[in-house]
Design a protein around this ligand. Structure first.
Ligand code: IPM
Ligand code: MG
Length: 364
C-alpha cells in the first residue's frame, strides 16, 4: 500500500455533534487518515459544533460562520444531534434546528440511504433470514421540502383551545430534481424505481406522482412503480428484497428509512449521503452522516457502533471526492470485520467503538 503520488487534498468540515456522535466520528476520522496516508491523499479536518453542543457553546444550534465554512469545504461529515437536556418543548432553540438548518443552507435536496442485508448478520435481523436475504435497496428521500420546511408552521390559541399547523407544499422543480436523481441512480443499479406517495388523499402527492411519471419518460430503461406509503410500510417487511430505488417526500422518507434501517440487523451499520445541486463550477455540496441518532443513553461509554459513520465517510470519498477505490476498500474492510465477528453491543458482541475502529484499520 505505498503512496501513489497522485494524492489529492481535501478539506472536510466535521460536526461531531451530540451523544455518541463524537465517539463514532473519532473512528471515522482515524479510518480516513489511514486510507489517506496509504493512498497519498491529505484530508484536513475542520472540527466545528452543531446541535446541542453548539447551543451550549454559542446559544444557537448552527452559526452562520459554520455554514460558510461548510460551503467552502469539499464535504461535510456529521455525527448525530440531540439529547434529553435540550428536549424541553417550550424552548426556542433545539438541536434539530442545526441539522435542518445545514441541510437547507447547503441545498441538500436528496438524502440517499442505502440498506443492504449482510449475509453474516441475517440472524440479527428482526425478520426471518429468508425474507431479508438479498435485500439491497436505496431510499432517496427528498430533504429540503414538504412538511419539514413548509410555511405556515406555528401554534396559536383560540377560544376552544390550542391549535397548530404545518404545511405540506411541493413545487414542481423540487419533485423533478429528486426524481431525476432517483432514476439516474437506478440506471447504475437494478433499473427499478418505486415512487412512494399518498396520492389517494393528498394533492401534493398527486402532483408528485404526475411529475415522477413525466420524468420517467426520459428513462425508458427503468421500471417505475408507484406505491402508497401505508402499503409500502407493509411491503418493506413482507418483501424487502423486491425493491431497488425508493424515492419519496421528506416525511415519508424519514419514517420509511427508520423502518428499513432495522431490516439488516442494526441501524448502527447504515450510512447516508445528502447531496445538493451541482454548481456551475462543477462542485456539489455533500453531507455525510450515519442514520442512527445520538443515543444519549450510551454516549461517552465507548460502546457505540461506528460502522454507520465509517461507511458514511466511505460514501463521501466516492460521491464527493471521486475516490471509488478507496471507498470500496473501507466498505470491504467493514464487511470483513463484521463477518469475522468483531461486533459492537448492538449486534450482540462486546467490541468497543475504538476496537472496532482498530479492526477496520487493520483490515484495510
Ligand atoms: C433523520 C432524523 C432527523 C429528521 C431529525 C433528527 C430532525 O430523524 O435524519 O432522519 O427527521 O430528518
Ligand atoms: Mg429520521
Amino acid at each position: 500500500m505505498g503512496t501513489t503520488g497522485s494524492g489529492l487534498e481535501k478539506r472536510i468540515v466535521v460536526f461531531g455533534g451530540d451523544g455518541v456522535g463524537p465517539d463514532v466520528m473519532h473512528e471515522a476520522l482515524r479510518v480516513l487518515e489511514a486510507v489517506g496516508s496509504s493512498a497519498g491523499h491529505t484530508f484536513t479536518f475542520d472540527q466545528r459544533q452543531l446541535g446541542g453542543c453548539a447551543i451550549d457553546a454559542y446559544g444557537t444550534a448552527l452559526r452562520s460562520e459554520d455554514i460558510e465554512a461548510a460551503w467552502e469545504a469539499d464535504a461535510v461529515l456529521l455525527g448525530a444531534v440531540g439529547g434529553p437536556q435540550w428536549d424541553d418543548p417550550n424552548v426556542k432553540v433545539r438541536p434539530e434546528q442545526g441539522l435542518l438548518g445545514i441541510r437547507k443552507a447547503l441545498g441538500l435536496f436528496a438524502n440517499l440511504r442505502p440498506v443492504v442485508a449482510n449475509e453474516a448478520l441475517l440472524d440479527a435481523s428482526p425478520l426471518k433470514a429468508d425474507r431479508v436475504r438479498g435485500t439491497d435497496l436505496l431510499v432517496v428521500r427528498e430533504l429540503t421540502g414538504g412538511l419539514y420546511f413548509g410555511r405556515p408552521s406555528r401554534r396559536w390559541r383560540e377560544r376552544r383551545g390550542r391549535a397548530a399547523v404545518d404545511t405540506l407544499v411541493y413545487r414542481e422543480h423540487e419533485v423533478r430534481r429528486v426524481a431525476e436523481l432517483a432514476f439516474q441512480l437506478a440506471q447504475q443499479r437494478k433499473q427499478h424505481v418505486t415512487s412512494v406517495d399518498k396520492s389517494n388523499v393528498l394533492s401534493s402527492s398527486r402532483l408528485w406522482r404526475e411529475i415522477v411519471n413525466e420524468v420517467a419518460e426520459g428513462y425508458p430503461d427503468i421500471r417505475l412503480e408507484h406505491m402508497l406509503v401505508d402499503a409500502m410500510t407493509m411491503k418493506l417487511i413482507q418483501q424487502p428484497s423486491g425493491y431497488d430505488v425508493i424515492v419519496t417526500e421528506n416525511m415519508f422518507g424519514d419514517i420509511l428509512t427508520d423502518e428499513a434501517s432495522v431490516l439488516g440487523g442494526s441501524i448502527g451499520l447504515l450510512p447516508s449521503a445528502s447531496l445538493g445541486t451541482v454548481a456551475t463550477n462543477g462542485r456539489r455540496p455533500g453531507l455525510y452522516e450515519p442514520i442512527h441518532g445520538s443515543a444519549p443513553d450510551i454516549a461517552g461509554q465507548g460502546i457505540a457502533n461506528p460502522a454507520g459513520m465509517i461507511l458514511s465517510a466511505a460514501l463521501m470519498l466516492r460521491l464527493s471526492f471521486g475516490m471509488g477505490r478507496e471507498a470500496a476498500e473501507i466498505e470491504q474492510a467493514v464487511e470483513r470485520v463484521v463477518t469475522e465477528g468483531t461486533r459492537t453491543r448492538d449486534l450482540g458482541g462486546d467490541a468497543t467503538t475504538s476496537s472496532f475502529g482498530d479492526a477496520v484499520i487493520a483490515a484495510l
